[in-house]
Design a protein around this ligand. Structure first.
Ligand SMILES: NC(=O)C1=CN([C@@H]2O[C@H](COP(=O)(O)OP(=O)(O)OC[C@H]3O[C@@H](n4cnc5c(N)ncnc54)[C@H](O)[C@@H]3O)[C@@H](O)[C@H]2O)C=CC1
Ligand SMILES: O=C(O)CCC(=O)C(=O)O
Length: 545
């Protein structure tokens, strides 16, 4: 589970085909795409409803494709020993514990546009169904009652449509509302004045929206900020005879208060597709006057389901097979074209982080990563995530590019990113500086044209070394006799030197030596080196991971 993006692609290419578990009802189109692309599929469309069976099945799979029935909790993630990616065929990800997924190093992706039109159409359908009481009129007519006077409706032309959440779906609903000659007002803290003008809506504050709307429709995600946004107080602050439509999430509305408002005739009706508890076999709203309910059908058209299924299968396959990341909620995007270009720099950034992490013994306060030259034009979010991964891996084995930024933030480690044009001789240059409680230590590297990362500077001292599997890092004084004494000590201990790199600040001053050795040096060997005259410090560095 704990691999970098670059490693994920190569590791999966080297081993057998990755396996994806589909635990909700997904269009068969997804299964075909996975298979065609080289991913094996376990398709158990009802598994999401069986928590125990899910815990068992998830243990070995590389990917999990879901809709809304599967709840991905901390416990599920704990059981998912091999999981790398969760793909939500749809928009809302409130059924996935994203912080827990990030901590576990699992990417969470959704398909943000595939079902937007369909869901917007459902909201409009609900608005008409409520305004003209169509379901009740249908039932009465088919019962042979012909109650022409009972079903007096409301005309929508000229009425005010109030939209909470004017993103993808909200703005499609706005366009449809304008097409119906309604006046559209919207509350969305992230809606700019320019965007509001562009889509023809009036941006208003929340209280004003509740006061003015004849029809209120919700299109915001369920978050701690939006939970209960349609509260008792706000429902009763609405105009008498107004209509409420909810095709977003159940938790947005105080259902008991909505029931009261319908019973008292304060609201003329409500259209509800989503409920606080789903599946909603019972609900306080059921049986209220002029209430139209659907069982979370917002996205349920064959077009939308095919869109989201294809998209999720493509995104997950791209990640598992090629390291490309798109529409992830907890990881920067990396295109399939970018992934191979980024790979050597991801490796360099991770190794520089690892170099510094292995030498850092006190608490890390911050890390600064400077990018110069060609590399500064690349996807720095991914490179920084790799650098932070490398930095933290010596302390926490289970960290990867998904979890590293979250873990760093949780631990109060400040991550600073600097982008510059080429300054020195290297076409691409990355310098990573760790700010610890005791000192600042920097290490810099480059990628040569052979795609191999190199160490080119440590603590401002120039040198040139590979990242070898086993190395000894020594700080010393630049005085005669040092090389002989260290060679003798290693020879005596039976440690073979594969490569030897030296660098110094100035003649006779502070110096650094990086020795590549065949095999891991023991603690005794390191102690022996440290007791040699002219040596200040000796540490083992391991780049076998
Ligand atoms: N019934 C169904 O089957 C479906 C329901 N949905 C629901 O619809 C929601 C919206 O989907 P999209 O429009 O695609 O998402 P989106 O991300 O494009 O738009 C959401 C909008 O809500 C706004 N927002 C965030 N916090 C807010 C707050 N405190 N108050 C007001 N607005 C706020 C955002 O700025 C954004 O513009 C999804 O999160 C999902 O829960 C989506 C698809 C199908
Ligand atoms: O998968 C579904 O049917 C629900 C769609 C949905 O709620 C969403 O995409 O947020």
């Amino acid at each position: 589970m704990q691999q970098t993006v670059a490693n994920t692609a190569t590791a999966t290419a080297a081993k057998t085909r990755p396996v994806v578990l589909i635990s909700d009802k997904l269009s068969d189109a997804a299964v075909q795409i996975f298979k065609d692309r080289g991913v094996d599929v376990i398709f158990e469309p009802d598994l999401g409803k069986d928590k125990e069976a899910l815990l068992e099945r998830i243990a070995t799979v590389d990917g999990l494709a879901i809709r809304s029935a599967t709840k991905v909790t901390d416990k599920v993630l704990e059981a998912a020993k091999n999981l790398k990616v969760i793909g939500r065929a749809g928009i809302g990800v409130d059924n996935v514990d994203i912080p827990a997924a990030s901590r576990a190093g699992v990417i969470v992706m959704n398909t943000p546009f595939g079902n937007s039109i369909t869901t917007a159409e459902h909201a409009i359908a609900m608005m008409f169904a409520v305004a003209r009481q169509i379901p009740a009129a249908d039932a009465s007519t088919q019962a042979g009652k012909w109650e022409k006077n009972r079903f007096m409706g409301t005309e929508l032309t000229g009425k005010t449509l109030g939209i909470i959440g004017c993103g993808n779906i909200g703005s499609i609903v706005a366009a449809r509302g304008i097409g119906l000659k309604m006046r559209v007002i919207a509350y969305d803290p992230f809606l700019t004045a320019e965007r509001a003008a562009e889509i023809g809506v009036e941006k208003v504050e929340l209280d004003e929206l509740f006061a003015r709307a004849d029809v209120l429709t919700l299109h915001t995600p369920l978050t701690e900020k939006t939970r209960n946004v349609v509260s008792r107080e706000r429902i009763f602050a609405m105009k008498k005879g107004a209509i409420v439509i909810n095709c977003a999430r159940g938790g947005l509305v105080d259902e008991a208060a909505l029931r009261e408002a319908l019973d008292q005739g304060h609201l003329a009706g409500a259209g509800v597709d989503v409920f606080s508890e789903e599946p909603a076999k019972e609900n306080v709203l059921f049986g209220a006057p002029n209430l139209v309910c659907t069982p979370h059908l917002g996205a349920a058209t064959s077009e939308a389901q095919e869109n989201v299924a294809l998209q999720v299968a493509e995104q997950m396959s791209d990640y598992l097979l090629r390291g490309a990341v798109s529409n992830a909620l907890n990881m920067p995007s990396i295109t399939a074209e970018e992934a191979p270009i980024l790979t050597p720099f991801v490796t360099l950034a991770e190794r520089l982080g690892s170099f510094a992490g292995q030498l850092t013994e006190t608490g890390i306060k911050g890390v600064r990563i400077e990018y110069e030259g060609d590399v500064a034009e690349l996807n720095l979010k991914a490179l920084t995530a790799a650098a932070v991964t490398g930095l933290m891996r010596p302390l926490l084995q289970d960290v990867n590019m998904v979890s590293a930024p979250t873990i760093a933030r949780d631990r109060g480690i400040l991550v600073e990113e600097v982008r510059r044009e080429q300054q020195g001789a290297y076409e691409n240059y990355i310098r990573l500086t760790v700010i610890s409680e005791r000192q600042e230590r920097s290490v810099a590297g480059t990628v040569f044209s052979d795609g191999k990362p190199r160490i080119i500077q440590v603590k401002g001292i120039n040198l040139d070394a590979d990242f070898a599997p086993h190395m000894i890092y020594v700080t010393n004084q630049d005085k005669p006799g040092f090389i002989g004494s260290i060679g003798m000590a290693l020879g005596k201990a039976g440690v073979n030197i594969a490569n030897f790199t030296l660098g110094r600040k100035e003649a006779g001053g502070e110096a650094i030596c990086i020795i590549e050795v065949d095999g891991e040096p023991s603690a005794d060997v390191l102690k022996t080196i440290e007791t040699l005259p002219l040596v200040n410090q000796a540490k083992a560095l391991n780049f076998t991971g």
